[in-house]
Write a protein of this length. Sequence first.
Length: 897
Amino acid sequence: MNLTDSAILGSIIETLPFGICIISTDNWKVEMVNENYAAIYSKPKHALLDWSVDYLIAQGHSLELKAIKESATHKKTITTLPADIVVERDGKKEHITVSALYSPVTDASGRVTKVAVWITKHQNINAMTSGGITRPKYDLGNINALINEIPTGVAVLSGRDLIFESINPSFQDLVPEKELIGKPFLKAFPELTGSELEHSLKRVWIEGILLNFIDHLVPLFNRSGILEERYFTYRLIPRFDDQKNVDGIFIFTSEVTHAIDNKANLERTSNNLNQIINMLPASVVIIRYDHLEVEMINDANLEYWKKTREEVIGRPFLEILPDLADQPFAGQLRRVMETGEIIDVKESPVMFTEADGTIRETFVDYTYQPLVGLDGKRDGVLVMSFEITDRVLARRQLEQYADQLLAANDQLSVVNSKLSKSESRFKYVFEKAPVAIGLLRGKNFVVESANRKILEVWGKSESIVGLTLADALPEIKDQPFLGLLNEVYKTGKPFYANEIRAMLMHEDELKEIFFNVVYQPVADAEGQIADILVVAADVTEQVNARKAVERSEAYFKMLAELVPAKISNALPTGEVTFFNKKWLEFAGMNFEDMRDFGYNQLIHPDEIEKFRKGLAEAAVSGKPYLSEMRFKNKKGTYIWHLNIASPIFDEDGQMTMWVGSATDIQTLKEEEQRKNDFIGMVSHELKTPITSVNIYLQLLLRKAEKAEDEFLKKIYIQSIKQIKHMTDMINGFLDVSRLESGKLHIDKNDFLLSELVEEVREDYQLQFPTHQIYFAEVPEIEINADQLKIAQVLNNLVGNAVKYSENGTNVFVSFEKTDHKVRVLVKDEGMGIKADNLKKLFDRYYRVEQESKIAGFGIGLYLCAEIIEAHGGKVWAESEYGTGSTFYFELPLSGIV
Ligand code: ADP
């Protein structure tokens, strides 16, 4: 436990079985002492308070200012050697031995504010021997009773073996089933042999230091002998004998397992929530209790407030943003908590006072929603807001210009005498304005004035001033503008529109332009509508950009509907945003149903796990994930599909979406199945006659040997070899068809690798007399595998090495052992393999094209790969074309898989 400045400190120090004196680092004076300390010097507590350390030392106290200061500056605990001192008790002088330990006390911010001195008193040896007691005893004063009461576990270990000498009930409560007294520590807790705790006890014993551990993991056996993760906060304190040697150790401990578990859970859940709210495009903050404390806030909101997370979490809202006190928010927040109503406000101004005193005016749409606490009471508010300052300001600017112009115009009509001056001012505002402005006079809309911007938008020069709008812009004849202007002229009501589309002639070319526009009627002195003021902002670029996005989305959807595959589109979170028609038809659902609960239910249960893993890998690697998987159609039948899930990334490498395509491969699969079944059946049927032929040939061979007919013998041996080839081939096909139907059975046993090698090596010399086959020394290792199948793999690789190299060349078989694996290498001096072909070798029915026809079917290596992968290993080849190849396979060692 970290001692912190707090009210609890007082009660803790009184509870502990030591003399304790707390010294303030501000002035090196005594700030607190406990009864035990005062009793050592036979003084009442108050007589020691507020005195300086120097004064106490002068009074004969066993204290060292140097140690105190060192403990404070280096923030570490310091032990000093026991010292003999003389104290006066009841008027008599008494010799005692005390040892002191100095530990720093920090405040919440980690600054050392005090030093705690822990004093232990040893009985004077002379006094003890005279009483006939030989072994010096640690004096706990009169506090044994107290120790029994305190909620902290206390144990005294004595001697080199750390035998439990005494424990208090709280300590026993930690391990209620164990008997501890009289047992050495490691006998009582064998599970801690070699643990950090054992190591620490040794250090305390050897170095005589005090050690402190906070929230430490100490795995202990439970009642049923299973290791349980438990957490303790504990302190190990050496006990000294009168020779100043350590003769025992005190353990003070309390269990914190629950607190740790809760903390971890809490952190996990709040972390999830934090991530979610951070992803929202809105500002989010959760405010709780009457004092409006900020409990949680997302990044968007921090940015809006211009604060850091540290500045706001746990602090009252109005303390963080005092400038909002005279705005309505605090009152509204409390109202939501009181009444439970939801407050929803649009375009609310919010004023912040910046550090330099300027006012930042912002606008937000916000909602306040009541939150209910754990106790079921309303005690908080979820605030969600969207800042719309830009939007509001842009619109305001438009309105403002319209107003300004109106005002200018009023002046114009009212104060005729100042006409020229006003007009020039009016012109000035007109020209400088960053928006397009024009004034249309009378019911024919004569262009009275037009600023540079509006001429640009219209694509015309100043020469149109004085023309009617219809003549100035003949291209708008069939567009809605003249009608709209007429309406404004007639009704006197202004017209507003956003992103209105116009086709305007720009240098002989019709151009599509979008703008936000206001038609503001202007009345003359009599109150009759005389003019219309046009204020417009060109927003073509924004609209085009947005349309481009919409268009590419539309293209994607169109394309998705045209292709024969099932196409889907999803957010990086996995939430699907689009299924094409083929998908919906296949599933027999509408989009909403399929999105909400359909898609995952369509996947065959056996494939869900693998699919999830594949997606997770694709999201990391950025490569599309390809898999053959089954989806359930509307009739409830699972249909095989080739599914491709591609993660799509933007220029910054952020994933933006998933695009999925699934193609029906059911017919292909079925055909493949039929072919496999056929091969399986034929191979099976061939097996029996061939076995018989083999037996007959063996008999005939024996007969020929007896008759010493060399000619026949040679023929029979050749035939037997051919039959063996055929048997191997048929077995290969049988294995393939078993593999396809998932029936390849791996039967694992423990065996020595050397055993397997011994079995095959002699066989090889007979089988392959054309080549020298060398075996390196086999490491002494046991593997857990299907012995027959591994032998089959080795046969295959050695067989290929012989088959694909000239007679008279060598084949080397060697072994390498690493930590958890064994690797087998088969190296030949044959024709080698081109780099392009290396990867494909292990595919089913794959054969390298070659001029010299060497017989084979391309299934040997495929089977090898399947067998090794079924063992959790891998197989690969390296080769230099024309020089030779090396094939490798690797298996995990026993006990690891
Ligand atoms: P098969 O030998 O029946 O064709 P495998 O699956 O055993 O079938 O081998 C696939 C192909 O890999 C062979 O056709 C051959 O082209 C090539 N290959 C295998 N082993 C070697 C080797 N040691 N050297 C050169 N090429 C090899």
